[in-house]
Design a protein around this ligand. Structure first.
Ligand SMILES: [Zn+2]
Length: 478
């Protein structure tokens, strides 16, 4: 089902954030030293009389930064969670379907706040969109399945064909096809020249504006099409951005998007753009983000979606072309589409975006920028740009999370970022992001323990969304 979005003023959402960081650090100590562990969440959920589904027996990470609980149980009734606890505090009501998670980890479904459902890792944008434009709905179905079966229960599409997105979302919501809950920007809003628009592979869903009034109309159009977030691209003026932000805020939606140079970035932050996509932040390969930018992000409480995995993939692919034989993506892609994807990346060097090269300094700089943002208190999210060249939906989200751990973030903080904080950013914090009674039952079971190794998230063996089981521990797709 579609969760109810409560329009809230964006600044109110900031309150939980400093506490979240502090708790995450404390928890990483608790995990390392059992003597420091606190009682589970400070209270026990009441025993419900009935349940339709019980996820039983695994290490429970509930999304509240409390210490994980061994022998966890999550009880679901219909599409909602009714209790989370342990075998010592909860019993499985008669009649509940049991999902055995013994020896594994139970946690909230992942949320990825930047994907592209209309592409599957193909490396030639012009060829892909030129060839497959009539097939977007079929391709989105493949992306949706790849995401859900790998643990992403909510995905944010940042610029796709509105008709195909609406059709895909309806099929997912009706249960006709497996897929994550889809929040979509529909198109994206730009202020480009006609030539720029015509040359762009996403020209059919680029809403190009010239005036403030056109910007306002573009925002209303996307919202009328069913947008759950607005995406802006480059070229927009301050007045245009403010008009878009005003329309978005009226509907309780975020505005996120790309940025240009430093002045453009600062203008966007001040104009009310809620999210900044990608970690370039006008810093190039420099390890340091300009203090004015940091200050602006802190003052305006702007969210940043680093999409580091996209940068990593583009830097690595020419040197490590084996990625083009990714087994997990191949297994979950129809053979004809996979053959096309595979052909597109025979020679990655012919694409400019694969030219970055595997330079250690580039990735060290990326990590340094990320830590600089975190240390300043900037609110970071987990989004991946999944679907872009060689950035497969099957792997992008856990790989982005693994990079965060590699750059020094405590694993629990990363898990909470990809679940509860992403939900708060989307205005869905009351419905998603933790295993809390009353919330929608989006639950995954991981064969392993992501607090010890984030890479264990590649082993999502069970997926529950809205209380319905989409993948069981004995399923073949891994
Ligand atoms: Zn993108």
């Amino acid at each position: 089902m579609v969760p109810t979005r409560r329009p809230r003023h964006k600044r109110l959402l900031a309150a939980a954030v400093p506490a979240l960081y502090g708790a995450a650090v404390a928890l990483s100590l608790a995990v390392a030293s059992p003597a420091l562990a606190q009682p589970f969440d400070g209270q026990r959920d009441a025993q419900p009389e009935s349940a339709t589904l019980a996820v039983v027996g695994g290490l429970l990470i509930d999304g509240h930064e409390g210490p994980p609980l061994p022998g966890g149980i999550v009880l679901v009734d219909g599409d909602r969670i009714v209790a989370a606890g342990s075998r010592e505090t909860l019993a499985v009501p008669d009649g509940a379907e049991i999902l055995d998670a013994t020896g594994m980890t139970i946690m909230p479904g992942l949320i990825d706040v930047h994907v592209h459902l209309d592409i599957l890792g193909h490396s030639d944008y012009q060829h892909w969109h030129g060839s497959h434009r009539p097939n977007y709905a079929a391709i989105m179905e493949v992306s949706a399945r790849q995401l859900l079966l790998n643990g992403v229960t909510t995905a944010v599409d940042l610029a796709g064909n509105p008709d195909a997105l609406v059709a895909t979302r309806e099929r997912v919501e009706s249960g006709a096809i497996p897929g994550p809950r889809i929040v979509a920007s529909m198109g994206w809003i730009t202020h480009w020249t006609d030539d720029q628009v015509q040359r762009h592979h996403r020209r059919t869903h680029t809403i190009n504006v010239r005036t403030v009034e056109e910007a306002r109309t573009a925002a209303r159009t996307a919202i009328a099409q069913g947008a759950g977030i607005l995406k802006v691209h480059t070229g927009l003026t301050q007045a245009q951005l403010q008009a878009i932000s005003t329309e978005a805020e009226r509907s309780g939606l975020r505005v996120t998007g790309h940025v240009g140079d430093r002045d453009d970035l600062l203008m966007r932050i001040r104009s009310g753009q809620d999210g900044i996509e990608h970690l370039y932040l006008s810093a190039g390969d420099s390890p340091t983000i300009h203090p004015d930018i940091i200050q602006g992000l802190v003052d305006q409480q702007t969210w940043v979606v680093p999409t580091m995995i996209q940068t990593m993939v583009q830097g690595l692919s020419a040197e490590w072309p084996d990625r083009r034989d990714n087994r997990r993506a191949r297994v979950l892609t129809p053979p004809d589409l996979w053959a096309d994807i595979r052909r597109s990346i025979e020679n990655p060097r012919r694409f400019g975006y694969f030219g970055g090269g595997l330079r250690a300094s580039r990735f060290q700089a990326m990590g340094a920028r990320l830590r600089q943002l975190r240390d300043a208190g900037v609110r970071l999210l987990v989004g991946t740009d999944a679907g872009t060249p060689l950035n497969f939906h099957t792997d992008a989200t856990w790989q982005e999370m693994d990079l965060m751990v590699g750059f020094g973030f405590p694993p629990m903080e990363v898990l909470v970022t990809a679940t509860r904080r992403n939900a708060e950013y989307l205005g869905l914090g009351d419905e998603l992001g933790s295993l809390t009674p009353g919330k929608l039952a989006d639950i995954i079971v991981v064969d392993g323990n992501p607090l010890l190794s984030m890479r264990d998230l590649r082993n999502v063996v069970a997926v529950v969304k809205d209380g319905r089981v989409y993948k069981r521990p004995d399923a073949e797709e891994r």
